[in-house]
Design a protein around this ligand. Structure first.
Ligand SMILES: [Zn+2]
Length: 104
């Protein structure tokens, strides 16, 4: 297993940052960032930061491929969490809030 992935952001390689510059003098390029795998983003902790260098790159990927992403687990019905009847919180006189407790 390699210890890095290339960022999957569709336009990662077009961002004008110094850390993306590679190549010899007169032959420079902006290159997709490497995403280093560590104890925080590999194995059981695999997550979006295993494949994307930033939230921006992740959002771009998700927006570009949204139909395919949703097709993985489409939701055609809403989900529901059973709750007890909400009660008003009277502890604070400056603002009001509600107690919402889950029901088993
Ligand atoms: Zn990126």
């Amino acid at each position: 297993m390699s210890d890095y992935n290339w960022c999957h952001g569709p336009s990662c390689h077009t961002s004008h940052t110094l850390d993306r510059i590679r190549g010899s003098k007169g032959n420079k390029v902006l290159r997709t960032r490497k995403v280093t795998l560590s104890q925080w983003n590999s194995g059981d902790r695999l997550n979006m930061y295993s494949y994307f260098c930033s939230n921006g790159c992740y959002n771009e990927f998700a927006n570009k491929h949204i139909r395919e992403v949703i097709a993985i687990a489409p939701r055609r019905e809403p989900l529901e969490t059973p709750i007890k009847d909400p009660t008003k919180n009277t502890d604070n006189h400056y603002y009001s809030s509600w107690n919402i407790e889950e029901r088993n």
